[in-house]
Design a protein around this ligand. Structure first.
Ligand code: ADP
Ligand code: ADP
Length: 209
């Protein structure tokens, strides 16, 4: 099964992806997570990506397409993949098509998680993640247990200023991939507002699983 999760920053893509992959037996491939790992490791690619990420701008298509191409060649991605945060531009979507066609593979669905802009800033500013387990929390909507509170990380780009820039990038550069996939009949729209369990049920229903 090959699924793409798209939606604005803070739509709940990471939260839902973690819940879905367990049942589906496919890896969760998040370009944001891969870029943050490269920044942390101080690789050449990480140094190139860091500035754009901090400013809430997109990293260049060349870099992103290269890391996804390498990741899709890994053995665990052969049976399928859940892509989170990729593609984010029409050229990335076109590059993914070429990659899949070369292997005679196809996408099963593109899940569009819809959350209005006015809920996004609050979700992003309160987001915290656990570097040891990868768990995503929210200070108000999904409070972390006290025993992990000291080690939680607040992302450098989870400021109000950067999130406004990411939202603008989403509307200008990412939203146009929706008609691209609609033309292929792949888009499933899911309301991302409500408790995370409810949203998971909606995504599963949209996917028929
Ligand atoms: P994305 O990967 O789309 O940027 P996340 O899954 O990281 O989004 O979620 C962003 C923030 O919103 C996190 O703090 C998360 O705990 C919180 N969140 C996720 N889903 C919901 C929801 N259904 N309702 C309220 N808050 C949510
Ligand atoms: P969010 O949780 O806000 O949806 P991500 O973790 O997916 O954010 O991405 C964080 C940042 O990493 C983005 O703002 C962007 O700078 C960069 N990034 C991630 N995926 C891509 C991509 N497919 N194309 C370009 N830049 C990307």
């Amino acid at each position: 099964m090959r699924i793409i999760l798209i939606g604005p920053p803070g739509a709940g893509k990471g939260t839902q992806a973690k819940r879905l992959v367990d049942g589906f037996g496919i890896p969760h491939v998040s370009t944001g997570d891969m870029l943050r790992a490269a920044v942390k490791a101080g690789t050449a690619m990480g140094r190139l990506a860091d500035e754009a990420m901090r400013a809430g701008k997109l990293v260049s298509d060349d870099i992103i397409v290269g890391i996804v191409r390498d990741r899709l060649k890994e053995p665990d991605a052969q049976a399928g993949v859940l892509l989170d945060g990729f593609p984010r531009t029409v050229p990335q979507a076109e590059a993914l098509d070429v990659m899949l066609e070369a292997e005679d593979l196809a996408l099963d669905a593109v899940v569009l998680m819809e959350v209005p802009d006015d809920l996004i800033v609050e979700r992003i500013v309160g987001r915290r993640s656990d570097p040891e387990t990868g768990a995503i929390y929210h200070l108000v909507f999904d409070p972390p247990p006290p025993e992990v509170a000291d080690r939680l990380v607040h992302r450098a780009d989870d400021t109000e200023e950067a999130v406004r820039s990411r939202l603008a990038a989403y509307h200008a550069q990412t939203a146009p991939i929706v008609p691209f996939y609609e033309a292929k009949g792949l888009v499933k729209r899911v309301d991302g507002v409500g408790a995370p369990d409810e949203v998971t049920a909606r995504v599963r229903a949209a996917l028929g699983r």
